[in-house]
Ligand binder design. Structure first.
Ligand SMILES: Nc1ncnc2c1ncn2[C@@H]1O[C@H](COP(=O)(O)OP(=O)(O)OP(=O)(O)O)[C@@H](O)[C@H]1O
Length: 247
């Protein structure tokens, strides 16, 4: 088994606020890792560290065997950021152009062959938004936009997909379909790291869980997580922020 992300003794602070403390874990090729913890518990920060968007204060992170900070999105890695309520104003970029950007990142230039265009169309079909291809990305629903970002990752042939609470604000049916899509992509061999605050949804889909509240409370397979007290222990510790969305 190949290690995709290797996190070793990592600590990261924003000024005085220690967001991630002394965390070690690894993500193996083919894993579907779910990260859970209360609001403000460091999940987004840890994900950013894992994919090289931030550098740890101490410890080390390797992504595909290299220092994570040297990686760029589009290079084996697709990232779907936490949903913003901002629709980017009247952003003139269409869904298809968004997905084309993933293909540009893969081929390293903007001259695409017919085969590249076929791959882009395939990616749009896989996430079921081919009929929206010519809509501006600012003129679709949040769930459809998340699918466009996944299609962009597929077009760039990413081996790793990192998603930060991708279905917040998405209705229940679309959410189920979205998670079915993630299961399908994982079965195709794509390694997935997902932040999801709903424990039932999380444990239904992932094969590994990292439960964090600044420190790591559990990292292991889903069954051992369900049998452990990690969740109540992690949620029992104060994060210093109001946990208005969480139990
Ligand atoms: N840019 C920042 N500057 C200062 N502090 C920050 C910044 N980003 C996050 N923090 C703090 O770091 C801690 C961890 O935040 P982080 O966003 O990683 O948590 P999270 O678990 O993803 O939260 P949520 O579930 O609410 O999205 C929190 O105390 C937060 O207030």
């Amino acid at each position: 088994m190949t290690t995709v992300v290797d996190v070793e003794d990592v600590t990261f602070s924003y000024g005085e606020t220690v967001a991630v403390e002394d965390i070690s874990l690894s993500v193996e090729s083919g894993d579907f890792l779910g990260m859970i913890g209360p609001n403000g518990s460091g999940k987004t920060t840890l994900l950013h560290l894992m994919i090289g968007l931030a550098e740890p204060d101490s410890g080390s992170i390797r992504l595909f065997g290299e220092p994570a900070a040297e990686f760029e999105e589009g290079e084996r890695l697709g990232y779907v950021a936490q949903r913003s309520t901002d629709r980017g104003g009247a952003m003139p970029v269409t869904i298809r152009e968004t997905v084309l950007m993933g293909r540009f990142a893969h081929v390293g230039h903007s001259r695409l062959s017919d085969e590249d265009h076929a791959i882009v169309d395939d990616a749009l079909r896989t996430v079921d938004i081919a009929d929206l291809a010519h809509r501006p990305i600012s003129a679709v629903s949040g769930g459809q936009r998340q699918r466009a970002f996944i299609a962009r990752a597929l077009a760039s042939e990413s081996d790793l997909l990192a998603l930060d609470e991708p279905t917040v604000g998405v209705d229940a049916d679309s959410r189920t379909e979205f998670y079915d899509l993630l299961d399908h992509l994982n079965e195709q061999g794509i390694t997935i790291i997902l932040i999801e605050h709903d424990v039932d949804v999380l444990t239904k889909h992932v094969n590994k869980v990292a439960c964090i509240n600044r420190e790591l409370y559990h990292h292991g397979d889903t069954v051992s997580f369900i049998e452990s007290d990690a969740l109540s222990e992690a949620y029992g510790k104060s994060t210093g922020v109001l946990d208005h969305n969480h139990p």
